[in-house]
Design a binder for this molecule. Structure first.
Ligand code: 4AD
Ligand code: MG
Length: 463
């Protein structure tokens, strides 16, 4: 068989190397030895010109650490400046300080960078995040954003590793949907932009609002309902994908497009099991990332320390207990529920240890949440609150009683969701975690707009 022949080539590293025709600086710094030949391509982050030699710090996105390149002056061209992109070859040597450096034997400038022409960043300068945010297309060049994006990549990997180790199946839930899962009216409507298509479809007698799909269609606010359908057939599942909310909020915690990790646990009939799962997941991701991306976390925030809660149990309070606690602090909850300031006060009260708020009043939560067995006015829901973000996770047991769910169903179009309870139903519980808020909490990033490459918020969808 042809694939048996292919398997003879066991050295897959050869295949992967060919996808990057140079050596990543991260692997040079970690694995290479003095005396070896190396070839790097990247961007000049700093340049110091001395009598005989030029020292250039070069990064290529693979590490928060830079590789120092020692360049004989005769190889210098005028185009070799701060910000330029370069291709350098040479031999690795050891600096007087004991660090690996590259003694260049060839230097080629691939792209010039004339700072005076309007390049917004300067060497040896820590630009504030608000300043960097004005240059979305160039900000991957900054230490701050490149470190955050590397952490984001690592966190995503750790999440997938966590679920793989637990035999959960990763599911791609749709981005286009006809439901407003949360029922909060924060959906974006999807319509074709092509007038010809619209005209042709109108002639078929279609409703303007449902012109393309035959139903009103939105960008998803959550993959939960679809995930529940797959869970009732395949067992434990999760999804990590983009979600969209048309909230009129420009706060440091809200985006119009964000990534949500959603898990649905099959045969889960106790909220405590859901809590343990979320707690284990968070601790796993925090511990792993602190291990894999130490230099990035330091580069993002020099004061970022491992949280004290890593070896403590998360705290659980009921909504009622939270209300009493906040009352005592002179922060009374209104009928709208716990606000951001109050969420943060609760975490503060627990000395920064994440807090699960459980047993929520039914009227504050979504239709699919399971009624508490001992109180029909409460639902088995949880919000997990952490410092910096307040709410990081929202979840619940799902209402599995057909009649109770039917009485709360917000729309007839969700008949399929109700039907899941009719045929071979099982109890399930699940949650949604905002990936960007997780990154804020992990990295100590105040503004959510700095946790993803191209943030979208009201009046901002440039690029
Ligand atoms: O609490 P939410 O609305 O829960 C759901 O959507 C459930 N259907 C999830 C589930 O049970 N499968 O959102 C979950 C999390 C929030 O706790 C928050 O971290 C994040 O998503 N989130 C946002 N993050 C950034 N910008 C926004 N506008 C966000 N809205 C929610
Ligand atoms: Mg919520």
């Amino acid at each position: 068989m042809w694939f048996k022949n292919l398997l003879k080539f066991r050295d897959f590293s050869k295949i992967s190397n060919s996808s990057r025709n140079y050596t990543a600086i991260a692997s040079v710094l970690e694995k290479a030895n003095v005396g070896e030949f190396a070839e790097v391509k990247g961007w000049v982050k700093n340049l110091r010109v001395q009598k005989e030699l030029i020292f250039a710090d070069v990064t290529d996105g693979s590490s928060a650490k830079r590789l120092q390149i020692v360049i004989p002056k005769k190889l210098k061209t005028d185009a070799l400046t701060y910000g330029s992109s370069v291709h350098i070859t040479g031999k690795l040597s050891c600096s007087p300080r004991g660090q690996l450096e590259l003694a260049a034997d060839s230097v080629k400038v691939l792209g010039e960078c004339v700072v005076a022409d309007g390049y917004p960043f300067n060497p040896r300068t820590t630009h504030p995040p608000e300043y960097i945010r004005q240059f979305m297309h160039l900000r991957a060049r900054t230490n701050y954003i490149s470190s955050i994006l590397r952490v984001r990549n690592a966190v995503t990997k750790h999440i997938h590793d966590f679920y793989t180790s637990k035999d959960y199946m990763h599911v791609h839930t749709p981005m286009l949907t006809s439901n407003d899962c949360e029922g909060a009216g924060e959906v974006f409507k999807v319509q074709p932009d092509n007038e010809e298509t619209v005209k042709a479809m109108m002639q078929e007698g279609r409703d303007r609002d449902a012109i393309y799909f035959g139903t009103k269609t939105f960008l998803t606010v959550s993959g939960q309902l679809h995930l529940e359908a797959i869970c009732r057939g395949m067992g434990n599942v999760y999804t990590l994908g983009p979600t969209f909310r048309a909230e009129n909020s420009r706060s440091r915690l809200h985006l119009s497009e964000f990534y949500m990790l959603e898990g649905e646990i099959a045969f889960c009939d106790n909220i405590k099991d859901l809590q343990s799962h979320v707690e284990e997941l968070l601790k796993y991701v925090f511990i792993k990332t602190r291990d894999t991306n130490e230099a990035d976390l330091y580069s993002i925030d020099k004061d970022n320390k491992a949280p004290l809660w890593l070896d403590k149990e998360f705290i659980t309070v009921t909504y009622e207990e939270a209300r009493i606690l906040l009352d005592k602090k002179g922060m009374s909850i209104t009928e709208e529920g716990i606000n951001k300031e109050q969420e943060l006060a609760l975490v503060d009260y627990c000395n920064g240890v994440p807090v699960f708020v459980v047993k929520w009043p039914k009227n504050l939560k979504s239709f699919y949440m399971k009624e508490c067995e001992d109180d029909p006015n409460k639902v088995d829901a949880l919000d997990l609150l952490t410092s910096i973000t307040g709410e990081l996770v929202g979840g619940s047991l799902r209402e599995d009683n057909y009649d109770k769910l039917k009485s709360k169903l917000p729309s007839d179009s969700l008949g399929w969701y109700l039907e899941l309870r009719k045929f071979g139903n099982i109890p399930t519980g699940g949650f949604g975690l905002g990936l960007e808020r997780l990154l804020q909490s992990l990295c100590g990033v105040a503004n959510i707009k700095d946790t993803l490459p191209f943030p979208r918020w009201p009046h901002n969808c440039s690029l």
